[in-house]
Design a protein around this ligand. Structure first.
Ligand SMILES: [Zn+2]
Ligand SMILES: [Zn+2]
Ligand SMILES: [Zn+2]
Ligand SMILES: [Zn+2]
Length: 293
């Protein structure tokens, strides 16, 4: 069974309890709030079956549909003056706003699917997909072979350190960083104090080490990054001497590592002769730049 991080930094709603101005209900819920089980079909458009969000329309028989579906019916020529053919009634009928269901759908809140990973948000049902596509608690995965850990980004960092003994290298944006990569060391963890996490992955090939970088985060949203990476025979007074290999990735790819780590589109191939120290480990110079698209 997969190891899952129950993020201890965040309490669940029941643990927190709610104490509004007036007295909270005895079971810890605010006044007027109840738990219900509901068949989600009641909150879905009868045509596209997507969650209904205002504006919601209904025909005279009470078939409810979303605004995009109503527009498609109109565009398809189903409109007869104010009347529209209802595919479900199989007859021409008139549609009007269903304010009651709009109020109801706005009042229905469901927990985020990432509750296990520390997200305590309750979201309107029709906003759940959007929230979860941006939820910062969505899990990222450990890329180590045979490790099934997944957890929120803060827990993943703790896991790397505690379970695998990784020691993160701290870095700053827009500043060069020197990193030595052991031949058999697949991952080098780079962390900034804002907790942005990057993995420098090292893939051994027959003609040298292929190095590439990935930003570990659950979603692509947020700032973007580019990076330069280079290796040289030697660097004297800040200038590379001898043979130099260089690569620039204009947009570092982001990954939750759910599918493991693949060699990125951009990678630096460091041939063995550029391993410039006695241990034969390649030393690379990296600079990560952050930019807002
Ligand atoms: Zn629809
Ligand atoms: Zn109808
Ligand atoms: Zn969430
Ligand atoms: Zn692990």
């Amino acid at each position: 069974m997969a190891e899952v991080a129950a993020c201890k930094r965040f309490k669940t709603e029941t643990e927190v309890g709610v104490k509004p101005d007036g007295a909270a209900a005895e079971d810890g819920r605010p006044d007027g709030e109840i738990s219900v089980k509901i068949n989600s079909e009641a909150l879905r458009c009868r045509i596209c079956v997507e969650p209904l969000k205002p504006p919601i329309f209904k025909c005279k028989a009470g078939h409810v549909l979303c605004s995009p579906c109503l527009e498609k019916l109109l565009a398809a020529g189903h409109a007869l003056k104010l009347d529209i053919f209802c595919d479900l009634c199989c007859k021409t009928t008139s549609y009007r706003r269903c304010v009651e269901l709009e109020q109801f759908s706005n009042a229905i809140k469901v927990p985020c699917s990432n509750q296990t990973y520390g997200c305590n948000e309750y979201i309107r049902y029709h906003e759940k997909v959007k929230h979860e596509s941006e939820c910062t608690h969505a899990p990222c995965h450990c890329p180590e072979t045979d490790c099934t850990f997944r957890g929120a980004i803060c827990c993943l960092l703790e896991h790397f350190i505690n379970a695998h003994g990784w020691s993160p290298t701290n870095f700053s944006y827009n500043k060069p960083l020197k990193v030595s990569v052991a031949h058999n060391h697949r991952f080098t963890l780079l962390v900034r104090e804002d907790q942005s996490m990057f993995l420098l992955t090292n893939t051994l090939t027959g003609i040298g080490n292929a190095l590439s970088m990935v930003c570990v985060r659950p979603h692509e949203s947020g700032p973007n990054y580019s990076y330069n990476i280079s290796a040289a025979n030697s660097v004297v007074s800040g200038k590379a001497e001898g043979r130099l290999v260089f690569q620039k990735d204009p947009l570092v790819s982001s990954s939750s590592l759910s599918g493991g780590v693949q060699l990125g589109k951009f990678f630096l191939l460091v041939p063995p002769e550029l391993a410039d120290n006695p241990s034969g480990e390649p030393t690379v110079h990296i600079r990560v730049d952050r930019f807002v698209a």
